[in-house]
Design a protein around this ligand. Structure first.
Ligand code: 5GP
Ligand code: ZN
Length: 112
C-alpha cells in the first residue's frame, strides 16, 4: 500500500520517533504548529476513525492511553489538544489514522 505513514513505521522514510511499541508509533510532526506537536498513529493501517471496525475499539483505546502517557512525559501538564482530522472537509491530508497532540502554548478555539 502506498501510504506515507506506513512507510514511516517501516523506517523507509525517516522520522523523529518519540515512542514505539508493537501497536503504536509516535513521532514529531514535520511542520509543528505548536512548541510540542507530535503524531500518534496505530501501526495497523486504518484510514481514519470513520473507517474503524468494531475490532479496532481496543486498539484505539490503547492509542488514547498512550496519548495521555506521552503528553505527561512531554511536560504538557498545563493542558494540550488532541486533533483527529477526517476526510476532505476535516482537512485530512494523510489517509492513515493519526492523532495530533499539540501543546506548550495557549491554543485558540475555535480553529478555522
Ligand atoms: P493531517 O493534515 O492529515 O491531519 O495531518 C498530517 C500531518 O502530517 C501534518 O501535520 C504534516 O505536517 C505531517 N506530515 C506530513 N508528511 C510528513 C512527514 O513526512 N514526516 C512527518 N514527521 N510529518 C509529516
Ligand atoms: Zn498506512
Amino acid at each position: 500500500m502506498d501510504c506515507l505513514f506506513c512507510k514511516i513505521i517501516e523506517g523507509e522514510i525517516p522520522s523523529q520517533c518519540l515512542y514505539e511499541d508493537d501497536k503504536v508509533y509516535v513521532f514529531k510532526d514535520i511542520d509543528p504548529q505548536a512548541p510540542v506537536h507530535f503524531l500518534v498513529i496505530p501501526k495497523k493501517h486504518i484510514d481514519s476513525l470513520d473507517a474503524m471496525e468494531d475490532e479496532d475499539s481496543e486498539l484505539i483505546g490503547y492509542v488514547f492511553k498512550k496519548i495521555r502517557d506521552l503528553a505527561r512525559e512531554e511536560g504538557l501538564e498545563d493542558g494540550y489538544r488532541v486533533v483527529h482530522n477526517i476526510g476532505e472537509d476535516g482537512g485530512q491530508s494523510v489517509k492513515h489514522m493519526h492523532f495530533h497532540v499539540l501543546g506548550g502554548r495557549s491554543l485558540q478555539w475555535p480553529p478555522g
